[in-house]
Design a binder for this molecule. Structure first.
Ligand code: SF4
Length: 225
């Protein structure tokens, strides 16, 4: 299947079957989403959703978080991965938001990545989810699934994956395609054992094509012997 066809099949399938895909992190405003996404690095959304209700109750806005300290924030997030660093990042992020952005979450990627704890991936999530920009955040699921499907070729870094996806996806699907890839990776195309037997998109998957072909060759070789 040609790359263009693969992209078309991908967009057609998910537009039909998951037209409202969205983040599984719970939040009610840009500040809360930014906090949740910073916390979610190397951690599950489920775990983050367990700690954020109490965190947001104690720190309902940028001002309250900026006035706190990492030691106090740590007590709310001790069960997530890298709590010490994340506590420092959250307080630093809130203080910078206040000092440089009037307490508002900025829209531009180049401004977002100035905030402590915010890398390109987090900045792209905020840009696409909050500001509806055609930004592609590449996490481990997006990286793996787009490669297995054959949406990317020889892309060895998150930035290379991002560039290829942004180049080939229709502009108005880039933001939602991020969620399609994450959700498919989280529930079906698992890292260690992809559930190909229950996957609905085997017909467009390069990985399936290759492994299936190998399997057929092996079966026919065994028959011949
Ligand atoms: S066929 Fe298998 S490898 Fe391909 S997307 Fe589905 S689960 Fe992933």
């Amino acid at each position: 299947m040609l790359k263009k066809e693969r992209y078309k099949e991908f967009v057609d399938y998910f537009s039909t079957h998951n037209p409202d895909a969205q983040t599984e992190l719970n939040y009610s405003n840009p500040y809360e989403l930014l906090v949740a996404v910073i916390l979610s690095a190397q951690c599950t959304d489920k775990r983050i959703n367990q700690v954020t209700p109490m965190l947001f109750e104690r720190f309902p806005n940028v001002e309250s978080l900026a006035a706190s300290n990492p030691e106090e924030v740590f007590t709310f997030i001790r069960s997530v991965s890298y709590p010490n660093n994340k506590a420092k990042h959250l307080v630093g992020m809130a203080q910078k938001l206040l000092s440089e952005f009037s307490g508002e979450v900025p829209e531009k990627i180049e401004d977002l990545i100035k905030l402590p704890g915010v890398g390109r991936k987090t900045a792209n999530v905020i840009s696409s989810v909050v500001f509806h920009q055609p930004a592609m955040a590449v996490d481990t699921h997006v990286f793996r699934v787009s490669n297995r499907l054959g949406l990317t070729s020889n892309a060895t870094t998150p930035l290379a994956v991002e560039k290829q996806l942004v180049k080939y996806l229709p502009k108005d699907t880039i933001a939602i395609a991020h969620h399609w890839l994450i959700l498919h990776g989280r529930y079906t195309c698992l890292a260690r054992r992809p559930k190909c037997e229950e996957c609905a998109i085997t017909y467009m998957c390069r990985y399936f094509e290759k492994t299936h072909k190998t399997l057929s060759i092996n079966i026919s070789t065994n028959k011949d012997t």
